[in-house]
Design a binder for this molecule. Sequence first.
Ligand SMILES: [Zn+2]
Length: 176
Amino acid sequence: MINHKESKLTQDTIDHKFMTKAYQLAQQADAIDEIPVGAVVVANGEIIGEGFNQSILLNDPSAHAEMLAIRNAGKKIANYRLLDCTLYVTLEPCSMCAGLLIHSRIKRLVFATTDLKTGAAGSAFDLVTNEKHNHKIELSSGIMKDECSSLLSAFFKRRRSEKKALKQLKKQANNL
Ligand SMILES: [Zn+2]
């Protein structure tokens, strides 16, 4: 039993280390006004792919953090299957990315905070661990939840107030 407890502790430490990297990538997205989500793909304790949201910058609705990290990892190991890899992402994947996880044959998904509106790993849809898939993905969540969700809520709060300010400006301009 002690061994089991120790290995759980080790796993938590490892998960925290890689989620910290995903969080730093989310901060990079935040810095360029993209929705702050970051992701890394890890194989044998090493990061083989990373990405952060760049949909607006790249004019690409598929440029989600997970998508970019997985593309990056596939190129790195020259394989379209990411067997025995773990994806760490700061936000619960959407349905597009959940499909991608299945196609990539990723072994494990670790996400920080849930996305109640569009999350596809159990919140809005359950596409990651759906029984109908042949491929089974291990799932963990909640690691660095507070940090990752604060970053997102601060982003959306900022964006709302910017929109409000813009509306106000337009209104003023119309009254001139
Ligand atoms: Zn996505």
